[in-house]
Structures are given as structure tokens and as C-alpha cells.
Design a protein around this ligand. Structure first.
Ligand SMILES: [Zn+2]
Length: 340
């Protein structure tokens, strides 16, 4: 409880700084391209620390700023690293051939899925459930090696991909409503709604649990995200029909450019109609992130993290991440250009 209050106070300060800085230097289109928006991803990783058992908490708490800031590295890498983009989503409806349930069509096991659909197809339509498996193993190896840099890097990264798997619009080819005349809904759901409302969310999610079957756990999360997709799209469509058309968007001046954004009124009416969905998915993501960190640590034989305290990230890691920032700020994008 005490930690929670400390966290809240500290967080409010850092949130304001991040928000102001970000608002000044990044165009809206970039910030909304990230799943959960940058602010949502950062919050998920940050709060996930508070789900950890005492044997892990002190180490993670020491690095709370790192894990918060670097929750968005995988999205930055999308601009710099070929093959990164597909790690953030799965267009599961691509496999809904003839109205079949795609979750019955696509084998959960990677090798069986490759056998059925080919590796190229899987990569083309997204690999997030399998990529989380890879990241969990990498994190486990990092714990086994007691490598602080890699524990930090992979903890931050896996938090991002798990966050993505909890977003309904990360499970569909119609990821930005572009196939149903709802272009922009991606940023509306995961950035705009979160930025407006996340201070009102309740983040008591309990303690991280050991995940006996990580692949099934991830697939179940993706399936839950996908189950919510119908409401995500339908409510926006219904609301648009009911809402005065000149009130749906508002315009903000940023420097010399005018940016069109969903109006506060429309955003909140939509948020209300979703009836807590954004908060529920966010909370599920938080507990899932904490549980994956915990599981990787347990599977590594529960190394004594107190021996790894007071070791900051190495200069080499910080240099690597600074270079990533540099590439990102230049906006060099690899792979498919999308809002996934
Ligand atoms: Zn992402």
C-alpha cells in the first residue's frame, strides 16, 4: 500500500514531464502509431513491477525508470529493424477461411503452424504469440546468466509485446478500421482513450502468478483481445451515426500544423460505451507482464537478485539505446507501414 502511494506521487510527476516533452517533439501520427500509445505501454511496465514477489521487487524497483522508459523500445525498433513490425500483432482473421474460427484453424505450436501455412505467411500476418515465447526464453537465459543488461532489456521488451497482445486491434487485418470506413480507430482506442482516462483507472491487479503454459496463456490473451474486437468496431460505428458529424473531431494547432483528432466529447462517449474495456485490457496486460517476468525468473532457478542490485545498465547498453533513439528520430522505417 505504502509503495503504491509513493509510486502514484512519483508517477504523476514523471508522467507530466513525459507527456509535455513528447507533445512538443513528436507529431501526433507517430505517437498514435504505437500500441497502447507510448504512455500506455510505459504505464503497463511500470505498474507490473508492483505485482512482483519480494525476491524480485527490489531489483525491479531499482530500475523502475529504465523499465518505464524502455517499454516503447520495440516500437522504436520498428523504424530501424527489418522484421520487427510483425512481432507486434497477429492478423488472426486472415485465417478465418470460409467463416471458420481462426483460433481452431491456426495451430498454437509454431512448427505445426509453419507446416500448415508456411513461415512466410506467418511472418506476413504477424507472429506476436510466438514472439512472446521467444522473449520469455531470452529473459529466462538472462536470469540464468545473471546478466543485468539483458534482464533489463528483455523485461522491458517482453512487457511491450505482451501489452500489444492485449489490444483488440492488434488481432485483425482491419487494424485501423481502414476496411470499414473507421480509419483512425487504432489511435483512438489505444492512445487517445488511454491518455484521457488512465488516471482514473484502478491498478490493483494482485500478484503475478506462475504461468505453467506460457504459449497457451498468450494465445488465450490474444483470443480475448479478438473477442472484444466486434464491440470496438461496432460501438464506434454506432456512435458515429448518432453523433453530430461536426462534433466528432476537433482540431489542435501544433506549431505550423493543424492536427485533426477525435474530440474529447466523442472520445469519452466512446469510452463510456466500451464500458470499462480499455481499463480491463490494460489491467490484464499488467498482470500478464508481471506473471511472465516472474515465470522467467522461476524457470531460471530463482537466482538471487539481491546480488545484482546497485549495478546500473552498462555504458554499452545505453549507447545501443541512444543509437536506437537516433534512428527513430530520423523516422527511418523498415517493413510494412502501418499502425499496428
Ligand atoms: Zn508494439
Amino acid at each position: 500500500m505504502e509503495n503504491w502511494f509513493k509510486y502514484k506521487i512519483k508517477f504523476l510527476g514523471s508522467f507530466l514531464i513525459v507527456f509535455v516533452l513528447f507533445g512538443m517533439i513528436k507529431p501526433e501520427s507517430n505517437s498514435s502509431a504505437a500500441a497502447w500509445g507510448f504512455t500506455g505501454h510505459k504505464r503497463i511496465n511500470r505498474v507490473a513491477i508492483f505485482t512482483l514477489p519480494p525476491e524480485m521487487f527490489a531489483f525491479y524497483k531499482e530500475h523502475i525508470e529504465y523499465l518505464t522508459e524502455h517499454a516503447v523500445d520495440p516500437d522504436k525498433r520498428r523504424y530501424a529493424v527489418k522484421g520487427e513490425a510483425e512481432c507486434h500483432f497477429i492478423d488472426i482473421d486472415h485465417y478465418a477461411i470460409g467463416g471458420a474460427n481462426p483460433f481452431e484453424v491456426v495451430p498454437r505450436n509454431w512448427y505445426k503452424a509453419v507446416e500448415k501455412f508456411s513461415e512466410d505467411t506467418l511472418h506476413a500476418y504477424g507472429i506476436v504469440p510466438w514472439h512472446i515465447q521467444v522473449m520469455k526464453l531470452r529473459l529466462q537465459k538472462a536470469f540464468e546468466a545473471k546478466n543485468v543488461d539483458l534482464i533489463l532489456k528483455y523485461s522491458a521488451d517482453i512487457g511491450h509485446y505482451i501489452g500489444d497482445a492485449h489490444v483488440p486491434l492488434h488481432t485483425t487485418e482491419n487494424y485501423n478500421g481502414q476496411m470499414t470506413g473507421q480509419k483512425g480507430i487504432h489511435g483512438l482506442w489505444e492512445s487517445r482513450l488511454v491518455e484521457i482516462n488512465m488516471e482514473d483507472y484502478d491498478y490493483f491487479v494482485g500478484k503475478g502468478q506462475y504461468i505453467a503454459k506460457p504459449l497457451d496463456f498468450t494465445w488465450d490473451a490474444v483470443q480475448m483481445s479478438n473477442n472484444a474486437l466486434d464491440s470496438v468496431l461496432r460501438f464506434e460505428k454506432e456512435l458515429t451515426a448518432e453523433f453530430p458529424s461536426d462534433k466528432k473531431y476537433s482540431y489542435e494547432q501544433r506549431g505550423n500544423t493543424t492536427i485533426q483528432t477525435y474530440s474529447y466529447e466523442f472520445s469519452q462517449a466512446y469510452h463510456k460505451r466500451l464500458n470499462g474495456m480499455v481499463e480491463r485490457r490494460m489491467k490484464k496486460a499488467i498482470i500478464a507482464v508481471g506473471s511472465f517476468w516472474y515465470t522467467a525468473w522461476v524457470d531460471a532457478g530463482q537466482p538471487d537478485l539481491s546480488k545484482l542490485q546497485n549495478i546500473p545498465p552498462s555504458p554499452e547498453l545505453l549507447k545501443e539505446l541512444a543509437e536506437l533513439d537516433e534512428l527513430y528520430s530520423k523516422g527511418i522505417q523498415q517493413g510494412r507501414d502501418c499502425d499496428h
